[in-house]
Design a protein around this ligand. Structure first.
Ligand SMILES: [Zn+2]
Length: 630
């Protein structure tokens, strides 16, 4: 991918790359040896064209899509720099941990850099989290390379090659130039540093490619799993993902990629998340997510649709603050309520339109989102805008006291707010326009290879205004700066529904509890409980909080009997007038807590308001005719 220069120049007054590393120089050669991936170590050798004199080499620090300084520099090891077989000493900058300085000897035109990336074994984190198992690996290039300070990542070229364990297959957005005879090594066509960092490789022993569309641009789901059995995506799921391709086309009206590859990892021992790229996405879920319906509902409901939406919202159109010129320049997250918030909204809507979830499951997800925001008591001190600005530290925040701290609420809360914007457009235009029209206007344009068009907050308001004249700046400012308690449910109400409560968990909540191995009784007594009894968080002001229970404690017994999900639920159900006794372990000490609660079980559900038209059903209706089955 090459970013069109005029946009960059316009947005940042960006200066041309240093003459030292101009685009017409030979590419940096990057040879990665992943044959020891199963031992959690990757080896890299770089050959970098240079001029004699002082040189600073950088490791990418600010990673696109992760919205923070998450380059795993502590896991870069074995760094050696050489020229003509002679070692060149290096020193690290004492302030910037990602910068290495050396002096290139006279007469030297290229240096060799050797380094290893130590891939974590424990799950957790994002791309720098666990990424390799005994059977598969997701390879991100950023910790396996250095680049000369001052070079322009959009023009500096890298010719990458990769060696894999014997018998492994692979997929990536990169285009192969040649493949070794055994198929275990591949050389890719040179690409810019920006594109290389944006193009991870998924590889593994158990591998399958599901073709979603063959017409240009082609769409595929490339799957690597920890077992052959886990690859069995059924025909109904395949058909839903084909629908997703058709629905994104109908929504946006143009595509900004040459092909699109979902790189789907199925493993219980890698970090679980989705990370967007322009022509691919790195989607990692539990091993049995395709073959166990509960896990599919919990882990895959809207994951692929969310990451795919990012190809338009996040990659093609990107907030100016999330598009620094270099990987060593800080990002600003203040527009993440658009980048992530609108993607969250569209990801769930597209999951419903493509039949990845049913209309009822779509409503269950909205009910859970509204209830989650209801429980976020930190909404009384921290604005939604502040969660976006603080994204770079909030992603790593712990779960304890999470409902007082607030987390990355610019996903779930913005989901509710974009629903409200959608209903407002439909109301103001008497049903002739919707947020779909905004999406087509803002993210559509002309189809073609990857490009980036940056935007500002005012660009968003202006585009919304073109669809439905309204004081959009005021609409968003009020909501982004609000400290009002209670979830913003204006969109749900305007769509003809309201947040209600049932005495049994919804299908989607059950699936989440099963997959996450937790029991969620936040909306009755104010806690959720992990499988081992530990209490990751307590909702402030809830019955549990008032009784003195805090996060980090461990539930041992309920009304004198060893705790289990059923025992806890039965006790909550039967609290008619009786107090609930919880025996709780706090470190090495046990104590009994008496909860004053008599409200029975309480789980969120949307209830229909017959006095208003049902816009949610309209929003969830497919735009595209279903593609023919293949
Ligand atoms: Zn996202």
């Amino acid at each position: 991918m090459t970013f069109p220069r005029p946009f960059r120049a316009l947005a940042f007054g960006f200066l041309a790359a240093s003459a030292l590393f101009a685009a017409d120089r030979a590419p940096v050669r990057l040879e990665v040896d992943a044959r020891e991936a199963t031992r959690k170590i990757f080896h890299a050798r770089l050959t970098i064209p240079v001029e004699p004199g002082p040189l600073t080499l950088l490791s990418p620090k600010w990673l696109p899509g992760e919205h923070g300084p998450t380059g795993p520099i502590a896991d870069v090891a074995g760094l050696r720099i050489r020229a003509g077989g002679q070692a060149i000493p290096w020193t690290r900058d004492s302030v910037d941990m990602y910068a290495f300085r050396c002096d290139v000897p006279p007469g030297t035109s290229e240096i060799e850099v050797l380094l290893d990336y130590l891939s974590p074994a424990a799950a957790g984190g994002f791309s720098s989290g666990a990424s390799a198992t005994a059977n598969l690996a997701v390879l991100n290039w950023n910790p396996l390379l250095l680049y000369p300070k001052g070079a322009d990542p959009d023009t500096l070229q890298y010719a990458a090659s990769l060696r894999l364990p014997p018998g492994w297959s692979h997929a990536t957005a990169l285009v192969p130039e040649s493949t070794g005879a055994s198929g275990d090594s591949v050389r890719f066509l040179p690409v810019s540093l920006t594109t290389l960092v944006d193009s991870p490789v998924l590889a593994g022993a158990h591998f399958r490619v599901v073709t979603l569309s063959t017409d240009a641009p082609a769409h595929r789901i490339d799957i690597a799993a920890d077992s052959e059995a886990a690859l069995a995506m059924d025909a109904r799921t395949q058909s839903a993902y084909r629908n997703l391709v058709a629905e994104t086309g109908a929504l946006f009206g143009a595509r900004h990629y040459r092909h699109y590859d979902f790189l789907l990892t199925l493993s219980d021992t890698v970090a679980h998340f989705g990370l967007e790229h322009h022509e691919s996405s790195d989607d990692r879920v539990a091993e049995r997510s395709l073959i166990d319906e509960e896990k599919r509902k919990a882990n895959l409901a809207d994951l692929l649709s969310h990451e795919m939406v990012h190809s338009w919202n996040g990659k093609y159109r990107r907030p100016a603050g999330l598009m620094p010129g270099h990987f060593d320049e800080p990002m600003r997250g203040d527009l993440l309520w658009v980048y992530e918030g609108l993607t969250q909204y569209l990801g769930v809507v597209l999951a419903a339109r493509s039949a990845n979830i049913t209309p009822e499951q779509y409503r269950d997800l909205l009910a859970l989102t509204a209830a989650d925001m209801e429980a976020q008591k930190g909404r009384s001190w921290r604005t939604l805008a502040d969660t976006a600005v603080t994204a770079q530290v909030l992603y790593e925040a712990r779960s304890d006291w999470g409902s007082w701290r607030r987390g990355v609420d610019f996903y779930p809360e913005s989901n509710l707010l974009w629903l409200e914007a959608d209903t407002l457009i439909r109301r103001e235009t008497r049903g002739s326009k919707s947020l779909d029209d905004f999406c087509r206007l803002f993210f559509g344009g002309k189809s073609g290879p990857p490009a980036v068009v940056p935007y500002t907050e005012d660009d968003v308001y202006a585009a919304l205004h073109r669809i439905a004249p309204h004081d959009w700046k005021r609409f968003w400012t009020e909501r982004l700066q609000s400290l009002a308690p209670g979830a913003p449910v204006g969109g749900i109400v305007a769509a003809g529904w309201k947040l209600g409560w049932a005495d049994t968990p919804s299908e989607m909540q059950k699936a989440r509890e099963e997959a996450g191995k937790v029991t969620d009784v936040r909306f009755s007594i104010g806690i959720f409980v992990a499988e081992d009894g530990s209490i990751p968080d307590v909702v402030p002001d809830s019955p549990a909080a008032r009784a003195g229970i805090g996060p980090g404690m461990r539930l041992a017994a309920v009304n004198g009997r060893r705790w289990s999900r059923d025992i806890l639920r039965e006790a909550i159900r039967g609290t008619g007038g009786k107090a609930l006794e919880l025996l709780v372990e706090n470190g090495e000490f046990y104590r009994s807590y008496r909860l004053e609660y008599s409200g029975g079980e309480r789980y969120p559900r949307l209830e229909r308001d017959p006095n208003r038209p049902d816009l949610l059903s309209l929003i969830a209706r497919p735009l595209a005719p279903p593609p023919p089955a293949k």
